[in-house]
Design a protein around this ligand. Structure first.
Ligand code: UGA
Length: 447
């Protein structure tokens, strides 16, 4: 099948490469000439494990093309995916749909036979209706079916998520689109990936409801972690204990510094706005957003408390800056609030991240970047693990101790265990697990 993907950003590129790998003939379109030229040379503008090989393989096989020529790509395609960004609109948190609507206007004149136009970008309920209206207004003769097909890709695991999805959600209003979409995803259908057909507005809401639920689940366990610290319980055991209940499930129950990234913060906010606009507020999600924002700021205070009352003039070394491992994405990363909070308190911040330092430079100032964890830790009064990259899972603690001014390790991802770290002469502070003080206080209270 001939497919055009409009927008060669994260979602467009991953979707285009995976669809080509299924055997479809895919043309990825972008208006950014420099990006298209780079992609033609085989240079991938984002860091996503496995994507460069997948693009190279399918480009070499002639199934994956890159172009800025919208008309040729759209007019020859049976399915056209819209995969442009929907950032938060400045000021009000609504999703900014101007790029999606611009694509709808731009592709309309090129629709010359029955074409299925699929919105892959994360868009609020009702966007499909508007995309269809725009296309029909711009080209009254267009024989078009507009479909919603949200993506559920995680950065860092996007190819796996595309090829082995839990489900594929497809929202249609025109029955003719069913056969086309079944053909697009036929290779996955054969793998028994459930294809869920529903109404377009329902499909649009499924995407937001899924992300909001996951954000809420993380926020729930983060609050339980705070309670664990207060009462001397262990949040990892609580998560395990509740997660084995199949109705709850063990995934997305890792307590940490708060969720970040390009999706959860933006999508929860957009859903809250939509719900308010329709007079049906989602108070659970409103609270989730507020708690998560406060939590990211509270992490700097947690580090400060661990160091002592005054952090003025102290050096804090951060390991990991991106919002999660295996990405170079800094968007809404907890590290941003942590760095700012520490700097506001007068601390000097050094940092190392395996992939995110270039992106970090654009959103953080006055940070000293180090080429590895050990250089970052030199002379530091605290070492803080912010993002759980594999590179930080087997640190050389005797070496770190010899380098640091003060052996304090703050583990915001619970990668380590206190007894292992304490053995090397470190003080250890983590998330939702008993600290030394609490352990002593509780045992003396019990005596
Ligand atoms: C998320 C969803 O997981 C995808 O299904 C969805 O397609 C995507 O958003 C999207 O809407 O495009 P992503 O933002 O790439 O994917 O990353 P996640 O792995 O979901 O992590 C998001 C944040 O939650 C990270 O900051 C991560 O550290 C945090 N998190 C995640 C936790 O703090 N605890 C957990 O147990 C899980």
């Amino acid at each position: 099948m001939r497919i055009a993907v409009i927008g060669s950003g994260y979602v467009g590129l991953v979707s285009g490469a995976c669809l080509a790998d299924f055997g479809h003939e895919v043309t990825c379109v972008d208006s950014d000439d420099a990006k298209i030229a780079a992609l033609k040379r085989g240079s991938i503008p984002i860091y996503e494990p496995g994507l460069d090989q997948l693009v190279a393989k399918n480009a070499a096989a002639g199934r994956l093309l890159f172009t800025n020529g919208l008309d040729a790509a759209v007019s020859s395609a049976e399915a056209v995916f819209i995969a442009v960004g929907t950032p938060s609109r400045r000021g009000d948190g609504h999703a900014d749909l101007s790029y999606v609507y611009a694509v709808a206007r731009d592709i309309a004149p090129s629709i010359r036979r029955f074409t299925v136009v699929i919105t892959k970008s994360t868009v609020p309920v009702g966007t499909g209706d508007e995309v269809e209206r725009i296309i029909r207004e711009a080209n009254p003769d267009a024989d078009v079916a507009v479909v919603s097909n949200p993506e559920f890709l995680r950065e860092g695991a996007a190819i796996e998520d595309f090829k082995r999805p839990d489900r594929i959600v497809i929202g249609i209003e025109d029955e003719r689109a069913r056969a086309v979409m079944t053909e697009v995803y036929r290779p996955l259908y054969l793998n028994k990936a459930p294809l869920i057909f529903t109404a377009r507005r329902t499909s649009e809401l499924i995407k937001y409801a899924a992300n909001a639920f996951l954000a809420m689940k993380i926020t729930f366990i983060n609050e339980i972690a705070d309670l664990c610290e207060a009462v001397g319980s262990n949040v990892q055991d609580v998560a395990h204990g509740i997660g084995l209940d199949k109705r709850i499930g063990g995934k997305f129950l890792h307590a940490g510094p708060g969720y970040g990234g390009s999706c959860f913060p933006k999508d929860t906010l957009a859903l809250v706005k939509t719900a308010q606009d329709y007079g049906s507020p989602l108070r659970l999600i409103e609270t989730t957003v507020a708690i998560n924002d406060q939590r990211k700021r509270a992490m700097a205070r947690k580090v400060s408390r661990a160091i002592g009352a005054d952090i003025r003039g102290k050096t804090v070394a951060l390991l990991g800056l991106t919002f999660k491992p295996n990405t170079d994405d800094m968007r809404d990363s907890p590290a941003i609030s942590i760095v700012q909070g520490l700097q506001d308190g007068g601390a000097l911040v050094t940092a190392f991240d395996p992939e995110g330092m270039e992106a970090a430079k654009a959103c953080l100032s006055d940070v000293i970047y180090a080429p590895d964890p050990y250089t970052a830790a030199e002379g530091a009064d605290a070492l803080v693990l912010v993002t759980e990259w594999d590179a930080f899972r087997a640190l050389d603690f005797p070496r770190l101790k010899s380098l640091m001014g003060n052996p304090l390790f703050v583990d915001l991802r619970n990668v380590y265990r206190r007894d292992l770290i304490a053995r090397h002469g470190f003080r250890y502070v983590s998330i939702g697990r008993p600290t030394e003080d609490i352990a002593v206080a509780l045992s003396s209270a019990a005596e």
